[in-house]
Design a protein around this ligand. Structure first.
Ligand code: AMP
Ligand code: MN
Ligand code: MN
Ligand code: MN
Length: 285
């Protein structure tokens, strides 16, 4: 598999907080010229069999995937796993536990929004939820747009449901150690998702990369929908500093909401090793 492959190894379906089914995503990826695809639903692998089958039907090489929510230094960090055995019992159970607190968190988020005069958001958000175990802030955002509190979901994340804003409820996710352990224990490669998005100081970011590497993590997203050109350069340098491979993925959620469509990303910078170089024997199809 070449360095310049149009790989899209990060996106979401209705099994988490995307708006398209795994089947429609597979067809969209193929139509957009994607050459290697992974569906990486949040804390959930319930869509993997559908994605494998749909990718096969579309003639699209596929890697299993998930995006695990982790709490590191008090901040939510996302770790993408690629190419694992999605029937691995420890991975399945770990993800089930990670999903476990979402229902209660959502009720508390709704209570807090009611306090600022926006009632019934839990019930409203449920209309957008495709998987009862995976109620997400994205579903809240869609409902707040529906009722006209905000014009678009990005605005919701500026005014509500983020740190310091109404409707935000702090949550403890998986540990970095467990998330990396579940992925690698199931034969996959762990990747730090969209590192440019975290509110870390330089020291905290260094600690994240060092600890991730020490725990067996092997990759970092260099080209993602959340990064700009300066991030591509910075995290390509980190690949060398920390001896990591580079991943590439749109983080596509929805045609209406996502700025970056499946496969519509710049190539990886020339000097990095792509994550798919480690995963040739894990590709379906
Ligand atoms: P949760 O896992 O329930 O905390 O929800 C996190 C999800 O909210 C992310 O995966 C994104 O899909 C979405 N999200 C977070 N921040 C933003 C933002 N600033 N703009 C749009 N979507 C966001
Ligand atoms: Mn999401
Ligand atoms: Mn993420
Ligand atoms: Mn994502």
């Amino acid at each position: 598999m070449t360095h310049l492959l149009n790989a899209d190894l990060h996106c979401h379906s209705v099994v988490s907080d995307g708006t398209l089914t795994p089947e429609v995503l597979a067809q969209r990826a193929k139509a957009n010229g994607v050459e290697l695809w992974s569906l990486t639903d949040h804390d959930e692998i319930g869509g993997q069999d559908r994605a494998i089958a749909a990718a096969q039907a579309a003639g699209l090489p596929y890697l299993t995937g998930a995006e695990i929510s982790v709490t590191f230094a008090g901040v939510t960090v996302h770790i993408v796993g690629l190419g694992f055995d999605h029937t691995d019992p420890a991975l399945v159970e770990g993800l089930r536990q990670t999903r476990g607190g979402r229902e209660q968190r959502a009720r508390e988020m709704s209570d807090d929004l009611a306090r600022v005069g926006i009632p019934g958001v839990y019930e409203g958000a449920l209309k957008y939820v495709g998987n009862p175990e995976l109620i997400s802030r994205s579903h809240f955002a869609r409902y707040l747009v529906e009722i006209g509190v905000c014009q678009e979901t990005n605005e919701v994340f500026r005014k509500y449901i983020t740190e310091g804003k109404p409707g935000f409820v702090p949550h403890r996710w998986a540990t970095l150690r467990n998330a990396v352990g579940w992925i690698t224990g199931a034969g996959g490669v762990a990747v730090i998702a969209h590192p440019g998005r975290y509110p870390f100081t330089a020291n905290e970011e260094y600690a994240l990369f060092s600890e991730f590497k020490a725990l067996g993590g092997r990759g970092v997203e260099v080209v993602t929908g959340a990064h700009g050109p300066a991030d591509y350069v910075k995290y390509a340098d980190y690949c060398h500093e920390f001896d990591l491979v580079a991943s590439r993925g749109s983080d596509f959620h929805s045609p209406e909401e996502s700025h970056t469509d499946l496969g519509q990303l710049p190539d990886l910078p020339g000097k990095v090793t792509p994550v798919w170089a480690l995963l040739a024997d894990r590709v379906h199809g």
